[in-house]
Design a protein around this ligand. Structure first.
Ligand code: ADP
Length: 246
């Protein structure tokens, strides 16, 4: 087990977006989160990376780091939580005035203060891994959406996080560009990265995941193997969602 979460709750004003969520993230495994729009998927992911602070919930990591959000949490603990994961956003969020290479090296150089030569080697290797070594001196606007998202993945990997988070990584892409991004994510799964993926791509979720979690209305309605949740869901709400989307 990499991370155990118990009793996670989050509201925006009177809108209870996450209601008493328990979830375990297994080391080296891929967990996909599916569910209708507005069900709380992105908020759950953002809580994992402390882009949102939970109102309640206890996070226990395999290295002993424990955060209880009902208690006061220090800046240092939040920083530790943030450093554990790398996030890949729907809209890439690349720095527009930096090249692909500079986007990947920025974090390790500026945040982690690593040595230039070492970071250069790391970035070249990662850009090669996502199939963009020949494009590393281009700027985001010179790249297709699929290429930009692959830079986004290389950039998150460059921080060497223990957990990779993907927030609908292909939903802003034209259909013909989706495959190249999914292929990169499948490669990472094969390399045993620990990943949590919010996705509408059910076929992809079925292929890449060890576990699928269906959310609706701020609750986890059902979770299990991809075969079970996607092919023979037990809960009516899951059945209805899958019928609508397939
Ligand atoms: P999903 O990813 O399943 O579409 P979200 O987690 O994005 O769902 O959103 C769940 C609910 O939380 C929605 O009702 C949304 O409007 C609300 N919400 C999300 N982020 C914020 C925010 N920063 N401020 C206020 N409401 C938010």
């Amino acid at each position: 087990m990499f991370l155990s979460i118990k009793g996670l709750a989050k509201s925006f004003g009177s809108n209870e977006v996450l209601k008493n969520i328990d979830v375990n993230i297994e080391k080296g495994k891929v967990l996909s989160i599916i569910g209708p729009s507005g069900s709380g998927k992105t908020t759950l992911l953002r809580c994992l990376n402390s882009l949102e602070e939970p109102d309640k919930g206890i996070f226990t990591f395999n290295d002993g780091l424990t955060l209880d959000f009902e208690k006061k949490i220090s800046k240092q603990e939040i920083l530790k939580l943030r450093q554990k994961s790398g996030m890949v956003f729907q809209s890439y969020n690349l720095f527009p005035h930096k090249t692909a290479f500079e986007n990947v090296t920025e974090g390790p150089l500026i945040v982690q203060k690593r040595k230039k030569a070492e970071v250069k080697e790391l970035a070249e290797g990662l850009l090669e891994k996502v199939g963009l070594k020949d494009k590393m001196d281009l700027y985001p606007h010179q790249l297709s959406g699929g290429q930009q998202q692959r830079v986004g993945i290389a950039r998150a990997l460059a921080m060497e996080p223990e957990l990779m988070l993907f927030d609908e990584p292909t939903s802003a892409l034209d259909p013909e560009l989706i495959g190249e991004v999914l292929t990169v994510i499948k490669d990472l799964a094969r390399d045993n990265w620990t990943m949590v993926i919010v996705t509408h791509e059910l076929q992809f979720a079925g292929e890449v995941s060890d576990e699928v979690l269906f959310m609706d209305g701020g609750y986890i309605v059902e979770q299990g193997s991809p075969e079970q949740v996607l092919k023979s869901p037990k809960e009516v709400r899951t059945q209805q969602f899958l019928q609508r989307i397939l």
